[in-house]
Design a protein around this ligand. Structure first.
Ligand code: FAD
Ligand code: EPU
Length: 339
């Protein structure tokens, strides 16, 4: 294991932000991870940044600690019963590669989550979700290295306290655990989820006669490619903000003033608003200041046209939050992890 000093983290975050990391390394096994913490203690370091694909972070400053990229790869079936197959994947596996493996094997459950950038290990961090499915729907358990106790702990679905773009790892256990593997419970017989309107339309456009996990995956890929910017072309971290949840009464009041406001009822009392619509209505869609901007096809995505730094993007996000709050009295919360 080679530890580099003072390197640029630009290749390791999809925003393409040029911040430095004091120490940087990759690790491929638990042994290497333990070795890393021996180094960490010996050098009296006090903070660690664990990276997967770097597709959900915004670096606003140099990182004066240890940056470690998880490359623990492997995919194996560990258990099987009548209805389900349990697949364990190393945290460093590329998420979409794992989805493609499932599709090839005809294991159902993750096809709606096709083409989400990043690693298996980060998938429980914010309970990744798209097109009507969240990781909590297929999550069985994970193993994580307890940085303080220096041992592996197993977390069940319940232990993770999943919620919309949330888990214990973003809250009470923030920076306390390193996820080393995740086991998913997949279905042998598919229950297709085409509840997200655009999927049905796309399947029709594709001329699909019979549903399959492969067809749904392709439909999702087509939709995503039509509106989300490719980080290889333009720096971004997907949705910068969460879609906010407000009380039904507040939604009804807003509807009187803004008849086209986009909201989805999530229960009897609450409505989830499309933050992209709110941001677009405030005039930000396609906005650019220097190299920081708001994407022209999806206002929820902030972009780096080349040489923006983390503060430029962060300041733009604050301006957007302020204007949405002023116009709609709705508070936007950042979804991306600000470092
Ligand atoms: P990183 O950015 O490397 O890390 C994210 C956070 O998790 C950091 O705090 C990091 O320290 C921590 N972390 C990472 N790995 C570990 C580990 N093994 N142990 C402990 N902590 C860890 N997200 C969605 O939910 N739905 C989408 O539809 C979606 N679409 C996107 C589209 C684009 C174009 C982009 C760029 C991003 C999108 N995202 C989406 C966000 C992102 O892909 C996910 O959040 C993804 O899970 C991040 O994975 P990563 O490996 O890149 O995480
Ligand atoms: N909209 C606008 N203008 C915009 C963008 C969106 O009016 O510029 C409105 C449209 O009415 C549209 C609605 O918002 O119908 C919803 O848009 P979209 O289907 O693109 O989804 P989203 O709510 O903007 C969420 C997730 C995405 C996920 C998609 C698909 C969050 C924060 N974002 O976006 O996740 O891929 O749904 O399920 O929940 C991510 O987390 O990084 C991410 C990309």
């Amino acid at each position: 294991m080679q530890i580099q000093e003072n390197i640029s983290l630009k290749p390791y975050n999809t925003f393409g932000i040029n911040a430095a990391g004091r120490f940087f390394t990759t690790f491929t096994s638990l042994d290497e991870l333990e070795e890393l913490f021996t180094f960490y203690t010996a050098n009296k370091l006090t903070n660690t940044l664990i990276l997967g694909g770097g597709s959900n972070i915004l670096l606003t400053q140099d990182f004066n600690g240890l940056v470690a990229k998880n490359e623990m790869n492997a995919i194996e079936v560990v258990k099987e019963d009548t209805d389900n197959v349990y697949v364990k994947a190393g945290a460093g596996e590329n998420w979409h590669r794992f989805v493609l493996y499932c599709i090839e094997e005809n294991f159902a459950g993750v096809e709606n989550l096709s083409l989400i950038p990043g690693s298996v290990g980060a998938s429980p961090m914010q309970n990744i979700g798209a097109y009507g499915v969240e990781i909590k729907d297929v999550f069985y358990e994970l193993e994580a290295y307890d940085i303080q106790e220096k041992k592996l702990i197993t977390f069940s679905n319940k232990d993770c306290e999943f919620a919309y773009r949330e888990s214990v790892f973003k809250r009470k256990y923030k920076d306390k655990f390193i996820i080393t593997s995740v086991t998913y419970r997949l279905n042998k017989t598919a229950e297709y989820n085409t509840s997200y309107g655009a999927i049905t339309q796309e399947l029709e456009k594709m001329g699909v006669q019979e549903l399959s996990v492969a067809a749904i995956s392709q439909a999702v890929i087509n939709i995503r490619q039509s509106k989300l910017p490719d980080p290889a072309v333009i720096g971004n971290a997907g949705s910068f903000f969460k879609n906010p949840t407000i009380a039904k009464e507040q939604f009804e009041t807003l509807q009187q003033q803004f008849s086209k406001i986009v909201g989805y009822r999530i229960n009897d009392k609450e409505v989830k608003l499309a933050a992209g619509w709110l941001i677009e209505q405030c005039g930000w869609k396609g906005y650019r200041k220097g190299d920081a901007g708001c994407h022209a096809a999806q206002a929820l995505v902030l972009v780096n046209y080349g040489n923006a730094n983390g503060i430029d993007i962060y300041n733009l996000s604050t301006e957007i939050m302020n204007s949405v709050e002023k116009k709609f009295k709705v508070f936007l919360e950042r979804e991306v992890n600000v470092i």
